[in-house]
Design a protein around this ligand. Structure first.
Ligand code: CP3
Length: 342
């Protein structure tokens, strides 16, 4: 049996529009919280292949989504480059010694992909259990988004430290981005070789840059990674999620297969500008999952635009919020399957 999700990535006929949800594994699932408690902290869970595989599979079993996404985090690359990462309650990720100059870049370990063996182990375990008609999505953060966390030292509201570097010391930022790009390429190849059926690249903070700087500091590196992967594994679909770039859609070109539309970008505009070239993924506003009525209305609006022909993969327009009711997520998945069945 073919995989519905992979067929959809290549615009082939499928029995219905497939759906998965960004950040579908996590705290809104009682079964996740149980495993997380057993593991202790979040990074320990990421580093334990058996438990990580278990929570990767939970959304497939509980919600009926068409693809699993590897349970890990985008920040394991900087972690394995030697950075001191911790997750603090209420604060999100924190790096104790942020990267601020060329010496800091030089001190980062090369070849973090060689230390990320727990990720490849997780992929292999998931593939043993995953039903054959479901896909496993591997992923990485984009160079720009990883650089924002590494330079800021964690999450940021203004991105003023990393932006200051963009305008005052661009060579330093590019040196970091080049190092990250090489690591990401090698890491994603290893995920594919371990069994990942598709790859998504998360550029969650692409949209904090003005257009010219977005092109230089984010986009150039994204299309380079896509090109590198497609040359080697043409049958593995590449999905780009670059959040906040709805104003720059005319600039979007490159050798990836699926463009993931964030919730603030009107789907009809994305369809008009990109729908012929790329399969579109998205873009339900994640907060709609607080209400079944809001879910139904949002699903109907999206199907109205995208129809039920090949060219669309259903998803949220950003990650799942941690306090939604998982019953509403289950309802969303069933609704999309029902309303798009051909
Ligand atoms: O999608 C999935 O279910 C797979 C696993 C996954 C996680 N993070 C697990 C996680 C994926 C694909 C990510 C990607 C990720 N991580 C991104 C890009 C996507 C996006 O949302 O923009 C970013 C920016 C991160 C960095 C990160 N990790 C932050 C900012 C946080 C703290 C905020 C939060 O949600 O708590 C994390 C922690 C994190 N990553 C959790 C999970 C399940 C929560 C950890 C926990 O307490 O159990």
């Amino acid at each position: 049996m073919g995989k519905v999700f992979i067929d959809a990535c290549f615009r082939k006929e499928t029995p219905y529009t497939p759906i998965w949800l960004m950040r579908q594994a996590g705290r809104y699932l009682p079964q996740y919280k149980e495993v997380r408690e057993k593991a202790g902290d979040f990074l320990t869970l990421c580093k334990n292949p058996e438990l990580a595989a278990k929570v990767t599979l939970q959304p497939v079993e509980i919600l009926g989504v068409d693809a699993a996404i590897l349970f890990s985090d985008i920040l394991v690359i900087p972690l394995e480059m030697g950075m001191d990462l911790s997750f603090q309650k209420g604060e999100g990720p924190v790096f104790k010694n942020p990267i601020r100059d060329m010496d800091d870049v030089d001190r980062l370990y090369d070849f973090p992909e060689e230390r990320l063996t727990y990720v490849y182990e997780t992929i292999k375990l998931v593939k043993k259990e995953l039903p054959k008609d479901k896909a496993l999505i591997g992923f990485s953060g984009a160079p720009w988004t990883l650089a924002t966390y590494m330079i800021e030292g964690g999450s940021s509201k203004t991105f003023s430290t990393v932006k200051k570097m963009v305008y005052t010391d661009p060579d330093f930022v590019h040196a970091l981005l080049i190092k990250l790009t090489e690591a990401i390429k090698a890491y994603l190849i290893k995920q594919i070789e371990s069994g990942a059926d598709a790859i998504q690249i998360f550029d969650s903070w692409a949209g904090v840059l003005e257009k010219s700087r977005f092109l230089d500091f984010s986009w150039e590196y994204l299309i380079d990674i896509a090109e590198f992967l497609k040359d080697r594994y043409p049958k593995v679909p590449i999905i780009l999620f670059a959040k906040g770039v709805g104003g720059y859609l005319n600039e979007i070109k490159g050798r990836f297969d699926v463009f993931s539309v964030d919730w603030a970008t009107p789907l009809e505009i994305a369809k008009e500008k990109l729908g012929k070239k790329y399969v579109l993924q998205g873009n339900l506003e994640p907060a709609r999952l607080y209400s079944k009525e809001a879910v139904r209305e949002g699903v109907e609006e999206i199907i109205e635009v995208m129809g039920t022909k090949p060219g669309h993969i259903f998803n949220l327009g950003h990650g799942m919020l941690p306090d939604v009711d998982f019953e509403n997520a289950k309802y969303l998945v069933e609704l999309v399957h029902d309303l798009t069945r051909r």
